[in-house]
Design a binder for this molecule. Structure first.
Ligand code: NAP
Ligand code: MG
Length: 404
C-alpha cells in the first residue's frame, strides 16, 4: 500500500512518562507505516521544557495557531516532588494552562462508547460531552499567603488612573487570598463555540454557574450566554429542535446524574476540569475520552484527557509489564489527522483516521483490551493485553480495514 500523503504539517507536542512511551508505539505501529507524516515536532517532555526555560511550550502553542491543528501528549505539571526528581530550575507552569492561555477557546470532551463497557450510571444511554472553558479563573490566578492581621482589597485602576476599590477581608490573623479574572471576549467566544458545537452535533446545550453566590463574576457568564443565545442562536436552535438550558451548577450536577445523556454540558474552567474526570470515569475509564481544544480563531489541539500515568511508567522503568490504555492518545492522533484532512480536503487522510478509530473500537469489542477495561467489561472471555500488544492488535484490525 502506498503511504497517504499530507500537504500541511501537523503540530506534534510530545510529552512525558508512560504516555511518551505510548506515543512512540502509536506512531511506529499505527501511523508511520500508513501515513507519510508531515509534522512540526515540539518536545514538551519536562526535561526539554526545563532546558528551554519553557520556551518550547510557548513556541508549540504559536505553531498550533499558525498551522491550525496540533496533537498533544500528556505532560507533567511540576510540583515539589518533580522539582527534585527532574532537578528543575523552576516549578514550570502547566503546559496545558500555557497553551490554553495562548489559544483561548473551549475544550470539548466526549466519552468513547464501546459495547461491553457500560457506564456505571445506569440511566446514561448516550455520551455526555463536556465543554470546558479553557481560559482564566483559577488557572490564571494570583495568590498571596497572608502572614497575619491586615486588610485585603480588590483594586481596579482604569487607563486614566481612576481606582475602584473593594474591601475583601479584614484579617485578624494569617490566611490566604486569591485574585482571578476572566474577559468578556473569552466568555463570548466560549459561548459561541458551545452554541456552534450544539448545532453541529444536534444536541441540547446545558450551562451552569453559581450566579446566585457570585453575583458579578458568574452572573456575567450567565448574561453573556443568554444575550448571545437570544440574539444569534435562538431561532437556529428552535429550527434544529434542540434546547439551550441554564441552571445552577449544583442543580446541573443533580440533573446530570438522572439524565439519559446525549447533550453538551458547558462548564466554567474549574467545573470542567473536575466534572470531565467524573463523567469519563463513570463512562468507563479516563482513557476512554476524547479531548479537543477549539480556539476562537479556528485552531484545534487534540489530546488525551488523562495524565502521564506515572505509576505505570515506574513499573515500565523497572522492566515490569504494563497494561496502559492508549485509546485516548490514539483518538487524539486520529482526531488531529482527520481535522488536517478536512482542512486540506485530503479524503484519504480522513478515511485513514476513521479506519484507525474503527479498528480501535473493534479490537475492544472483540474482547481484546487493556487491564483497566478488562476489570469492568461485561464481555466474557476477554484477553487482557499489555500496552504494546494492545496496539499491535489494533494494527491487525487496521490492516484488515485498509486492505478491504
Ligand atoms: P493520571 O496519569 O491520569 O493517572 C491516574 C491513574 O488513573 C493511573 O494511575 C491509572 O490508575 C489510571 N489511568 C489514567 N490513565 C490511564 C490509562 N491511559 N490507562 C490505564 N489507566 C489509566 O494522573 P496522575 O498519575 O495523577 O498524574 C500523573 C502526571 O500527569 C502528573 O504529573 C500530572 O501533572 C500529569 N497530568 C497531565 C495531564 C495532561 O497533560 N493532560 C492531565 C492530568 C495530569 P491505576 O494506577 O489504578 O492503574
Ligand atoms: Mg484535570
Amino acid at each position: 500500500m502506498e503511504k497517504i500523503q499530507m500537504t500541511t504539517p501537523l503540530v506534534e507536542m510530545d510529552g512525558d512518562e508512560m504516555t511518551r512511551i505510548l506515543w512512540k508505539m502509536i506512531k511506529d505501529n499505527l501511523i508511520l507505516p500508513y501515513v507519510d507524516l508531515k509534522s512540526e515536532y515540539y518536545d514538551l517532555g519536562l526535561e526539554y521544557r526545563n532546558e528551554t526555560d519553557d520556551k518550547v511550550t510557548v513556541d508549540s502553542a504559536n505553531a498550533a495557531k499558525k498551522y491550525g491543528v496540533a496533537v498533544k501528549c500528556a505532560t507533567i505539571t511540576p510540583n515539589a516532588a518533580r522539582m527534585t526528581e527532574y532537578n528543575l530550575k523552576e516549578m514550570w507552569k502547566s503546559p496545558n494552562g500555557t497553551i490554553r492561555a495562548i489559544l483561548d477557546g473551549t475544550v470539548f470532551r466526549t466519552p468513547i462508547i464501546v459495547k461491553g463497557i457500560e457506564p456505571c450510571v445506569k440511566n446514561w444511554k448516550k455520551p455526555i460531552t463536556l465543554a470546558r472553558h479553557a481560559y482564566g479563573d483559577v488557572y490564571k490566578n494570583t495568590e498571596i499567603k497572608v502572614p497575619g492581621a491586615g486588610k485585603a482589597y480588590l483594586v481596579y485602576e482604569d487607563e486614566n488612573g481612576n481606582e475602584t476599590k473593594e474591601l475583601i477581608h479584614e484579617f485578624k490573623g494569617a490566611g490566604v487570598l486569591q485574585g482571578m479574572h476572566n474577559a468578556d471576549k473569552s466568555i463570548t467566544s466560549f459561548a459561541r463555540s458551545c452554541f456552534n458545537f450544539a448545532l453541529d452535533t444536534k444536541q441540547d446545550l446545558w450551562f451552569a454557574t453559581k450566579d446566585t453566590i457570585s453575583k458579578k463574576y458568574d452572573h456575567t457568564f450567565k448574561d453573556i450566554f443568554n444575550e448571545i443565545y437570544e440574539a444569534e442562536y435562538k431561532a437556529k436552535f428552535e429550527a434544529a429542535g434542540i434546547e439551550y438550558f441554564y441552571t445552577l451548577i449544583d442543580d446541573a450536577v443533580a440533573r446530570v446524574m438522572k439524565a439519559k445523556g446525549g447533550f453538551i454540558w458547558a462548564c466554567k474552567n474549574y467545573d470542567g476540569d473536575v466534572m470531565s474526570d467524573m463523567v469519563s470515569s463513570a463512562f468507563g475509564s479516563l482513557a476512554m475520552m476524547t479531548s479537543v481544544l477549539v480556539s476562537p480563531d479556528g485552531a484545534y489541539e487534540y489530546e488525551a484527557a488523562h495524565g502521564t500515568v506515572q505509576r505505570h511508567y515506574y513499573k515500565h522503568l523497572k522492566g515490569e509489564e504494563t497494561s496502559t490504555n492508549s485509546v485516548a492518545t490514539i483518538f487524539a492522533w486520529s482526531g488531529a489527522l482527520r481535522k488536517r484532512g478536512e482542512l486540506d480536503k485530503n479524503d484519504a487522510l480522513m478515511k485513514y483516521a476513521d479506519a484507525l478509530e474503527k479498528a480501535t473500537i473493534k479490537t475492544i469489542e472483540d474482547g481484546k483490551m487493556t487491564k483497566d477495561l478488562a476489570l469492568i467489561t461485561s464481555l466474557e472471555n476477554v484477553t487482557t493485553l499489555n500496552s504494546e500488544d494492545f496496539i499491535l492488535a489494533i494494527k491487525d484490525e487496521l490492516e484488515a480495514l485498509l486492505n478491504a
